[in-house]
Design a binder for this molecule. Sequence first.
Ligand code: SAM
Ligand code: SF4
Length: 510
Amino acid sequence: MQTKNPTIRHFENAADYRKRFIIQEQIDKYLPGGKHFIDDSEIESQLSSAAARCANDPVRIREILAKSRAIETLLPEETAALIHVTDPALFDEMESTALAVKKSVYDNRIVMFAPLYISNPCVNRCVYCGFRCDNSDQKRRVLTMDEVRQEIDVLAGKIGHKRLIAVYGEHPETSTDYFAETIRTIYERQVKSPRGTTVGIRRVNVNAAPLPVEDLRVLKQVGIGTFQVFQETYHRQTYVKLHPAGTVKGNYDWRATCFHRAMEAGVDDVGMGVLFGLYDWKFELMASLCHARDLERQFGIGPHTISFPRLEPASGTDVPTTSPYLIDDATMRRILVITRLSVPYTGMIVTCRERPESRDAFVHCGITQMDASSNIAIKGYSDFASETHQEKDRQQFVLSDNRTLEEVIAHLAREGIITSFCTAGYRCGRTGGCIMDALKTGKEGKFCKINAVLTFREWLDDFAGAATRALCEPVLNRELDAIKASLPMFYPTVKEHYDRICRGERDLFF
Ligand code: SAM
Ligand code: SF4
């Protein structure tokens, strides 16, 4: 039985929750003077004036690229200019600059995580989602704490993940008290790896519905990493069509201001996203950057990550296959490249929603985080013999990249990319504004490189087969050499930590 936290509100049933959940003062506070940071007509006019100018002017585009290379956030009109580039040669320059920017801020690392779906009862009726309350095909489930532990036993003990995103439907049965209890349970669970070392989850990010400030404080106390909420679409008319009136999610502004509340509650790592395929990608891209800029303006901190989900097939809905705004891979590459150039310091996430060949290409467009071995069925990791087995009516949508973590890591290693399981930043207080500054000045990159090496060593020793280890050793040695060359004073300490990890110690970080 959960203890009820007296600082947050509780609801008896779904109807009660729908009526009383949204707190208008916690919206208005962040829209000073009633002015919204998403101004549809301003975005449309920025897009049309960029279209009216010479779209493929190499001088102007190269000036903009120089700003990105200097790790400066672009102005809306500059992003709009990049959106209208159609010349393939100029786009190639944009793409290579995006990769150079990624390398200068994040080096050649991909940070690895896994989704953990914890509950799917939901009071909302988002038309594209398998969890919506009127989908009777969906099998509903709320994990007990024992079941959460069983999932961690697979994720941490068999696959080797260290960083999760915990995902929840929106329902009074799964209140913030329940979130807090599941997060504590995840952190507490320690298991043995195949090598016999003690392993566990070190960072729990959360993807959940927008919350009031008081509830976000509770999540801060239990140590969440990033609070991730996707706006789905920033286009108001489309939003209203897809999220029926009378549902909690039907309130655009409650969702749009959720990161403002998170910042106020001290949760300063926030993760934005648009669900691409719901509306015109050009508008969505411009609007999401307006959102990022408003957070910078009001709190001095932009989003820690931006995710790029695309609509995928889901149980009981044809919206994901019939929407007129679905985008192809070439468009997705443009979106990734332009985002990398517009907000050079922000982490960028592409998930297993995408096909393997798409993700392999997107790695070269500036992304910084991926998941692998993902199972999004509720209790999917512990119920199925294969970690990537799927059942449409037990999950929110269908995944396309079913490769195991080991397969993805091996692929990245062949590309010269090191997989990082680092979770040190948030545990050392390097979050929010502090990490943004460190990224902008290249300081965080140095810690990240060291922690990537140490955590990759752990994973290889605990979980990799012989062939993967042989493939990855040269990548790891090259990284160690790079640390030796760039941080000669620091290197002996790094090597000492590295050797201790080789001898079986775990969780050493900088
Ligand atoms: N229920 C909460 C909410 O909606 O904010 C938590 C997140 S929901 C479980 C996770 C995300 O999945 C949604 O924000 C949405 O962007 C995405 N999603 C829903 N249906 C999808 C689909 N058919 N294809 C791809 N992503 C989808
Ligand atoms: Fe519920 Fe989230 Fe799915 Fe909407 S997207 S129906 S809020 S789980």
